[in-house]
Design a binder for this molecule. Sequence first.
Ligand SMILES: [Zn+2]
Length: 336
Amino acid sequence: MTSAWERVAGWLASGRLPHAVLITGRAGLGKGLFAEALAAGLLCQSPSGPARACGQCRSCGLLAAGAHPDLVRAEPAEAGKPIKVDQVRAVVGALALRAGLGGRKVALLLPADAMNRHAANALLKTLEEPPGDTVLLLVSHAPGRLPATVLSRCQRLVIAPPAAGPGQAWLEAQLPGAGHARPAAARLLDLAGGAPLAALALARADGLESFSRVERDVAGILSGEVEPLEAADRWRASGVALACRWSYRVAGALLRAAYDPPGSGAGAPGAASGRLPVRLLVQVMDRAVDTLRAIEQGAPLNDQLAIDRLACAWAEVGHARGPSGAAPVTTLEQRP
Ligand SMILES: [Zn+2]
């Protein structure tokens, strides 16, 4: 697969560098860092390779000092806040000016999906007819949140997770306890979908431990040995978001196992005994996704209730499985 840098090199070699690039890929891959490096490379006066900043020239010096006249950026005032229309107007205005160093001008929108509707509208004309030699770099792990009018005017550049080797080596170097770190790093990367920064964040949030806890408790709920609300109490320790992520993952594994031919040895918890009701597994996944979406959108959420409901959705799976999992379970309504 062509790497993002190789694609940029291809654009430059053919003289077809897009005026607007949407840098996408899952969260935790370092897309923002890539965009910063690309911006530096596009502004550099004597690049050491295609869009590779030399770190020595006047442009690179001004960037390092945070005083480059031809780089403009729009970021939320704080995480979770929107990029406002005034910020985008400032970017548009700066791009219309002559370049201070006489070369290219670059705009960074970090993350672009933080633009509210007015802000996105204010950017449209510039995306359509960018003034002079300008490049807009829009970064987003959730491009679906951008209006179609913005998406259709951008060339996509997808950042793929690094190959397992380098990603794991980097992660191991960040984890405490060299020697024991290897299996942990591999597992964390797997849980984070191959994204090293996300895997490191998981490590710091005791991600492995919370995943094992959910996996164990789900097996217990399905076999009737664990009360769902008792499991919910444990899941609260690592927060509602991880409870949802891990439930989604375990349900996905069970769903795959349910479709696997018998004896194929799919090692999902609780899959071995009894048939799992696919519809109810999907229901668990839906519930997890809905809750995660609410969290991302900053919607008001009762964490305790959300986790209780998730655990009870699991209990329904166990209930419906029939005699092998027929131990009575407490439902949410019966909670004192
Ligand atoms: Zn340079």
